[in-house]
Design a protein around this ligand. Structure first.
Ligand code: GAL
Ligand code: CA
Length: 335
């Protein structure tokens, strides 16, 4: 009799520990990023994969730039029992709906790259945001150009004392499109450069679209363009493609082009001399902050600076600094 009890006790202990172990193993963090074919977001995905290796696994899904699909994916993660969810929203104004769903299910959320509206962020205390201050990126882009303009009087091609330029913008409504552009202009103006904006269009962050836009700008404005500013590197590279086809960057024909992100291909363009400068949008540290916050939340803790490795502002925001990246390959801050 005693033996049977002991055996039963042993079996039940074994079962309990098995199921506890099983639970830990089946733990996962759901990730939905707005689309997979975005170079910068692709870098963050790679870092997230690497960070989760040997730790809480992640399941990454691609809503292909459809907010409906992303909402379905998030509902799916909730049903499948995700321990935390990471979202790079298709439309940042749709974040409120996502927050409500997760709040009801009690599954903590980490947004990144597309900042939810402050009112939405205030709906629940288990919602975090990891991003970078777009204003700073605009200021750095301007500083790269100001140095160039001051060192190269011939950059004012028509000698009218004004800068004739075009801007290739990112997705309309994205904080990185609006603020990078605004602070770029402000900083150029503060440095005493008279601005003559010839044109601006959205290239939707895409290289191919930017190439067509630049081709169009060259047809319309020709050599009167003195600089090209782009809200990201993909589009700066697209503009460079168009400029190269139009005969720039050979036999002394030059056009200053400035991007943002510092994706690997941008470094090649910097060393080729086709890209004047860019600003590092630090995918690696953003991914670290995102993953560490999600992990802390998934394991039931409130993220702290010491646990995640980055300072937290306004209780639930982590801002990763941008850094300037110049043609020499050096950044001002030795990154
Ligand atoms: C920006 C980045 C762009 C694009 C966009 C997507 O921060 O500079 O290249 O990835 O995010 O939301
Ligand atoms: Ca001029």
């Amino acid at each position: 009799m005693r033996r049977t009890v002991l055996i039963l006790l042993f079996i039940s202990i074994a079962l309990v520990s098995l199921s506890a172990g099983g639970e830990k193993e089946s733990m996962f963090i759901g990730v939905s990023v707005y689309r997979f074919d975005d170079a910068f977001i692709g870098e963050i995905r790679d870092h997230l994969e690497r960070l989760s290796d040997g730790d809480i696994p992640i399941v990454i899904r691609n809503p292909e730039n459809s907010q409906n699909k992303q909402n379905e994916q998030i509902a799916g993660f909730i049903e499948e029992g995700a321990s935390a969810i990471i979202v790079n929203p298709v439309d940042r104004t749709a974040s409120g709906v996502i927050i409500e769903k997760c709040r009801k299910a009690g599954i903590p959320l980490v947004f990144f790259n597309r900042e939810p509206l402050a009112d939405d962020m205030a709906r629940w205390n288990e919602v975090y945001y990891v991003g970078a201050r777009a204003e700073a990126a605009g200021r750095f882009a301007a500083r790269i150009f100001i140095d160039y303009w001051e060192d190269h009087p011939e950059a004012d091609r028509n000698g009218d004392g004004k800068l004739q330029f075009v801007i290739i913008k990112g997705e309309p409504g994205h904080q990185d499109t609006e603020l990078r552009s605004e602070y770029l202009m402000k900083t150029l103006a503060e440095a005493g450069i008279s601005l003559d904006r010839l044109d601006e269009e959205s290239g939707m962050w895409e290289r191919g679209k930017a190439e067509s836009l630049m081709t169009q700008f060259l047809i319309t404005y020709g050599d009167s363009i003195e600089a090209v500013f782009s809200n990201n590197d993909e589009m700066a590279l697209g503009a460079i493609d168009a400029l190269e086809k139009a005969g720039y960057f050979t036999s002394g024909r030059y056009m200053p082009v400035i991007g943002c992100d510092a994706i690997p291909e941008a470094y090649d363009a910097l060393s080729d001399g086709t890209l004047l400068g860019t600003v590092l949008n630090d995918a690696e540290n953003q991914a670290k902050a995102i993953y560490n916050i999600a992990k802390e939340l998934a394991e039931g803790r409130t993220p702290s600076e010491s646990a995640i490795g980055f300072p937290i502002t306004d209780e639930r925001y982590v801002w990763i600094p941008y850094t300037m990246v110049l043609q020499s390959g050096d950044s001002e801050y030795n990154h």
